[in-house]
Write a protein that binds this ligand. Structure first.
Ligand code: IPM
Ligand code: MN
Length: 354
């Protein structure tokens, strides 16, 4: 297969983990005889510094012309600490989501046996937890009408029926391929927008008789995720709730640095780690590249290349089993591996695999 990849490394640790993601993508392409080309483009704080725009038109064009976007992270403390900043790196990410029509954000919450002790939850609660959160990504408060005055400010949580219906369809498709259990998370006891979500879901449920649909208020879902994470198979929710619940989900697995995601929709799909740009670690060769590398696995799988994805997952699991790990997940007394060394080990594993 021929694949054109737009590479948006962004800020902080982004370029370092991206280097490893690209190396793995290329190694797998060599192994399986795919022809991959890369086009780098600016995004985030980096893009603001260079051209004054966190998602420049050239970057948008590069994304639109690509088959897939591999994205790392954006964000820089110099903007976080300045409430008057006119443009922010995060706006680059939001602009990309909106312009590419990336309405479905797929965030798997998976546990790795060797990292279970890192979870703040008891082993028996978290072992075997395996669900995905489908987060609506281009609607709700993030994009609704806003006012930002000094005495009054608001964000509008608006959803239309077609927006709700299309994300629910994506969720039902995933549920069908998994354990056939869909949980629709809302706040229908208080919010009008949530009642629309619930009404649309109730209308659609009979079209998917093989899937069990249940409804849960978001506050209850936040609690259930730590009390009984194994309850969930596929969860679907609006933009803001999904943002919050997926951070919770990533930390209960004990491995925030290991979780990839995919965002799909109307145009080019984007694959990215769910963690941020960790500016304090920039240039230190300590960031875990595994979420970026697993995002590459999701990219291959998206194009139906299951064996390619499986080989990457196998290599990642082997690296963990053999304690080839970055410092934050290394066992006491274990050898120290940096971002580059972990990436290189995985590349070698892939190339040497018979
Ligand atoms: C995420 C991030 C973003 C979001 C930020 C960086 C704008 O937290 O992808 O979850 O809130 O969506
Ligand atoms: Mn978030």
């Amino acid at each position: 297969m021929k694949l054109k990849i737009a590479v948006l490394a962004g800020d902080g640790i982004g370029p370092e983990i991206m280097e490893q993601g690209v190396a793995v993508l290329s190694a797998v392409a060599d192994k399986f005889g795919h022809e991959v080309s890369f086009q780098e483009a600016l995004v985030g704080a980096h893009a603001i510094d260079e051209v004054g725009n966190p998602f420049p038109d050239e970057t948008y064009e590069a994304c639109m012309q690509a088959d897939a976007v591999l994205f790392a992270s954006v964000g820089d403390p110099k903007f976080d600490n300045n409430p008057n900043a006119k443009v922010r790196p995060e706006q680059g990410l939001l602009a990309m989501r909106k312009k590419l029509g990336l309405f479905a954000n797929i965030r798997p919450v998976e546990t790795f046996e060797c990292l279970i002790h890192k979870s703040p939850l008891k082993d028996e609660l978290v072992r075997g937890a395996d669900f995905i959160c489908i987060r609506e990504l281009t609607g709700g408060m993030y994009f609704g009408e806003k006012r930002e005055g000094t005495d009054e400010a608001y964000d509008t949580n608006k959803y239309t029926r077609p927006e709700v219906e299309r994300i629910l369809r994506v969720a039902y498709q995933y549920a069908r391929q998994r354990r056939k259990h869909l949980t629709v998370v809302d706040k229908a006891n208080v919010l009008a927008s949530s009642r629309l979500w619930r009404a649309v879901a109730q209308e659609m449920a009979p079209e998917y008789p093989d899937v069990t649909t249940d409804f849960m208020y978001v506050d209850n879902a936040a609690m259930r995720m730590i009390q009984e994470p194994k309850f969930f198979d596929v969860m679907v929710t609006e933009n803001t709730f999904g943002d919050i619940l997926t951070d919770e989900g990533s930390c209960i697995t004990g491995s925030m640095g290991l979780l990839p995601s995919a965002s799909t929709g109307e145009h080019t799909p984007v694959f990215e780690p769910i963690h941020g740009s960790w500016p304090q670690a920039k240039g230190l060769n300590i960031a875990n590249p595994l979420a970026q590398i697993l995002s590459v696995a999701m990219l291959y799988e998206y194009f139906g290349l299951a064996a390619e994805g499986a080989l990457i997952r196998e290599a990642v699991n082997a690296s963990l089993d053999q304690n080839v790990r970055t410092p934050e997940i290394q066992v006491a007394g274990g050898a120290q591996y940096g971002t580059k060394e972990v990436g290189q080990w995985i590349v070698d594993y892939i190339l040497q695999k018979k």
